[in-house]
Design a protein around this ligand. Structure first.
Ligand SMILES: NC(=O)c1ccc[n+]([C@@H]2O[C@H](COP(=O)([O-])OP(=O)(O)OC[C@H]3O[C@@H](n4cnc5c(N)ncnc54)[C@H](OP(=O)(O)O)[C@@H]3O)[C@@H](O)[C@H]2O)c1
Length: 347
């Protein structure tokens, strides 16, 4: 992807997108090494998220992580459409969307992608992900104890039926790359064995307290780019998504000490660490100051080797986005979603 446009002039600081590092995917395409998350959860309105996208584009972001289930693609589409009419070229921006769990059916995948393309007011997506490897869904904002009576475990044959349709999206030119999200090593092994078009990326929770080192290595060895969601430990996630064991990377004393020494926010330390380690962080923010700080962090001085080593030691295997609502049995531990024994959890 070319990145020749300057950001539109504004009162504040901007970053020339050409200075933002990028990662090369197996196809040779380049994806900016930081993106803006667009999940407002239940506390940031669709309008505010759309404004954040507009502001982020104006200061130099060229990568937006969207999803149909976030409910705001039509609003973001209005912003993108204005940007493309006025000063930005479509091929200067990386746009991701995701297939929601209720659209895994063979007849639903293409239609769902077409809807995201239409809502976002583009001709194609750079990346389309299967949001979760389960077709299990639930009403937005429901309690973590809620279970869909039709929920099922991971069934590889069914996932492959969905994946064949994902491959068709590439064949049709509706999307440039396809990828996965919330996978595990054993599920990914099955997909790599059976896919015609390989996943270009896997989007997964990654922050200093949840580094997933084994899966991370496996992805890199197989030419799959990790994209790190909740890179700051999702500090504003709803109460229902918290458990007493959860820890916060931005409150970690080591991260705070590095931040203090460098005169930056602990969040920016997490972003720098993520980019230098090799994943693509997609921090969410609705606050212009933070949106800018995160981008400046990526183009500013890197963390020292010593700081990188210290942060590597902070891993606590602390998964924050546990996905309880996607479980398929009552009283089932959330760990069943994540194949922690190294094999796909059986029914
Ligand atoms: N594939 C998946 O299943 C999946 C799952 C979860 C998330 N995601 C994606 O990942 C994105 C990010 O994850 P997330 O929203 O869970 O968590 P996050 O990016 O770790 O945290 C976002 C929070 O951090 C704050 N923040 C951002 N930059 C900051 C800074 N420089 N200083 C201080 N605070 C800062 C934001 O507050 P302010 O608004 O006040 O700045 C916001 O409350 C989502 O928006 C979504 O696109 C994907």
């Amino acid at each position: 992807m070319q990145s020749h446009s300057q950001s539109v002039p504004s009162d504040g600081a901007t970053v020339d997108p050409i200075r933002v590092p990028s990662r090369m995917l197996k196809t040779g395409a380049r994806i900016p090494a930081i993106g803006l998350g667009t999940f407002g959860s239940d506390h940031v309105s669709h309008e505010t998220v759309a404004e954040a996208v507009q502001y982020a584009a104006s200061i130099g972001y060229r990568h937006f992580d969207c999803a149909s289930v976030y409910g705001n693609e039509h609003r973001i589409g209005d912003v993108l459409s204005r940007l493309f009419q006025n000063w930005l070229r479509r091929d200067e921006v990386w746009i991701t969307s995701k297939l929601w769990n209720d659209k895994h059916g063979e007849d639903d995948v293409v239609a769902s992608c077409e809807k995201s393309v239409a809502d976002l007011q583009v001709d194609y997506l750079d990346l389309y992900l299967v949001h979760w490897p389960f077709p299990n869904h639930h009403p937005p904002g429901c309690d973590v104890a809620a279970r869909n009576p039709n929920a099922v475990p991971y069934i590889h044959e069914n996932y492959m039926r969905t994946w064949r349709r994902m491959e068709e999206l590439v064949d049709r030119g509706l999307v440039r790359h396809i990828g996965t999200s919330n996978m595990t090593v054993p599920k990914m092994k099955l997909l790599l064995r059976d896919a015609r078009i390989m996943p270009a990326v896997n989007e997964m929770e990654l922050h200093p307290h949840f580094q997933q080192p084994e899966f991370f290595r496996y992805l890199l060895e197989n030419g799959i780019q990790p994209i790190g969601y909740s890179p700051l430990g999702s500090p504003a996630r709803p109460e229902r998504d918290r458990t007493p064991e959860d820890t916060s990377p931005t409150e970690d004393p080591v991260i705070r000490a590095i931040a203090k020494r460098l005169g930056i926010h602990p969040a920016v330390v997490c972003i720098k660490w993520a980019v230098q380690r090799g994943q693509i962080p997609i921090p969410f923010s609705a606050n212009p100051k933070n949106i800018l700080a995160n981008l400046l962090g990526v183009v500013g001085d890197p963390l020292s080797r010593h700081d990188m080593n210290e942060i590597e030691k902070l891993d606590r295997n602390c998964r924050l986005i546990k996905g309880q609502v996607f479980l398929w049995k009552d009283n089932q531990p959330w760990q069943d979603l994540w194949d922690i024994d190294g094999v796909v959890t059986p029914a």
